[in-house]
Design a protein around this ligand. Structure first.
Ligand SMILES: NC(=O)c1ccc[n+]([C@@H]2O[C@H](COP(=O)([O-])OP(=O)(O)OC[C@H]3O[C@@H](n4cnc5c(N)ncnc54)[C@H](O)[C@@H]3O)[C@@H](O)[C@H]2O)c1
Ligand SMILES: [Zn+2]
Ligand SMILES: [Zn+2]
Length: 361
């Protein structure tokens, strides 16, 4: 059996997205059919639409989602119909060399549903990040579903499916931020703000937010930054050093994804400190650093894939913190919109006053 539902499709490079009828197959072995309740609009969806990820048009967009499992295929035991789940884009395989060494958050062989969702004429769709959740229903690998507490708001906790988890994880998993640490976060969009919250959760004593936009800095302060630096007006490296006794921060999180901000992060950290790159660069970008500085400053230069999260470990824990009022995920939901308003949300992204528009179904 198949399901006819509405979904947001990007048909060609740069063309506005359209709401289309899509055909979703019943789940096969290892797959799950999910009734989507909410899905955040992320920059990566816009990247897909602009052809910046790959040319596999048409795309079914949307990937920061929560919903309810409607049915599961053969052999699926971890989730069952009726479960409230957050979708993830790194379902671990359990068998690659990273998984076998007990480091599944690095899994080198993550997977998605095998069957394809299509347009009415049979054209196969490429789901964004293997999810495709700007749709009433979507088909994923069962491992992409993590069951969490049903009483949480889908619009808020669905955001853990991408940027918010990447930011929190960059701080608590990759950066290993600990009690008393000083942290600087460069770039305070959804990901940077989540890194600020993560640092706060981990007990950082000083959290310095850096951005070019004062409105972003105001939000960052509301979400837990103790100090702010506008790097359009002030040299951020100098400012961070000044705020940390002249030494630099223990952990600097780069949440922009550009060579110049990476360099700022590199020089704004204390000796033997940690740089975490969670911002995603584009293929033409190059970084040049004196190798002697890389050696002489010591410490760790790390990248953070999806916040080095393990959804089965991190999603339920963070949802619990949210329900206890200790993690303000609602602060990321600037507005809720309908399925046919995704294009408008893309336009608003450039305005700087939206952290996340969330499609609610
Ligand atoms: N590693 C991962 O798994 C992962 C997951 C999701 C997103 N990301 C990446 O994280 C990055 C941030 O995502 P987002 O959703 O927060 O984007 P965003 O556009 O909402 O935020 C970016 C912020 O950086 C600021 N900024 C831009 N240039 C700057 C500069 N030179 N100095 C200081 N601040 C600057 C902007 O003002 C903005 O506030 C993106 O590169 C995104 O692709 C990574
Ligand atoms: Zn694996
Ligand atoms: Zn995303």
């Amino acid at each position: 059996m198949t399901h006819q539902v509405r979904g947001v499709v990007a048909r060609g490079k740069g063309a506005p997205v359209s709401l289309e009828t899509i055909i979703v197959p019943d789940p096969g072995p290892g797959e799950a059919l999910v009734k989507v309740e909410a899905c955040g609009v992320c920059h990566t969806d816009l990247h897909y639409r602009e052809g910046g990820i790959n040319d596999d048009f048409p795309f079914l967009l949307g990937h920061e989602a929560a919903g309810v499992v409607e049915s599961v295929g053969e052999g699926v035991t971890d989730v069952a119909p009726g479960d409230f789940v957050i979708l993830n884009w790194r379902a671990v395989c359990g068998q690659c060399r990273a998984c076998l060494r007990g480091r599944p958050w690095y899994c080198f062989n993550t997977h998605n549903a095998k069957q394809k969702m299509t347009l009415e004429d049979g054209t196969e769709l490429s789901p964004a990040l293997g999810i495709g959740a700007f749709a009433e229903k979507t088909l994923v690998a069962a491992g992409q579903c993590t069951k969490v507490d049903r009483s949480a708001s889908a619009a808020a906790v669905g955001l853990l499916g991408c940027g918010v988890m990447a930011g929190i994880g960059a701080a608590i998993n990759t950066g290993n931020v600990g009690r008393g640490d000083s942290v600087a976060v460069i770039g305070c969009g959804g990901v940077g703000d989540a890194a600020i919250m993560g640092s706060n959760l981990a007990g950082a004593a000083k959290i310095i937010a850096v951005d070019l936009d004062d409105r972003k800095l105001e939000t960052a302060r509301r979400l837990g930054a103790t100090h702010t630096v506008n790097s359009k007006e002030t040299d951020p490296v100098e400012a961070i050093r000044e705020l940390t006794g002249g030494h630099g921060a223990d952990v600097v999180i780069e949440a922009v994804g550009r060579p110049e901000t990476y360099k700022q992060a590199f020089y704004a950290r204390d000796l033997a400190g940690t740089v975490v790159l969670v911002g995603v660069p584009t293929p033409e970008m190059k970084l040049e650093l004196p190798l002697l500085d890389v050696f002489g400053r010591g410490g760790a230069l790390k990248s953070s894939w999806y916040g080095d999260c393990l959804p089965s470990r991190d999603f339920p824990m963070l949802v619990d913190l949210y329900l206890q009022g200790r993690l303000n995920l609602d602060a990321f939901v600037t507005e809720t919109i309908a399925l046919d308003e995704v294009e408008k949300a893309f336009e608003r992204m450039h305005g700087g006053d939206v952290l996340r528009s969330v499609v609610v179904l």
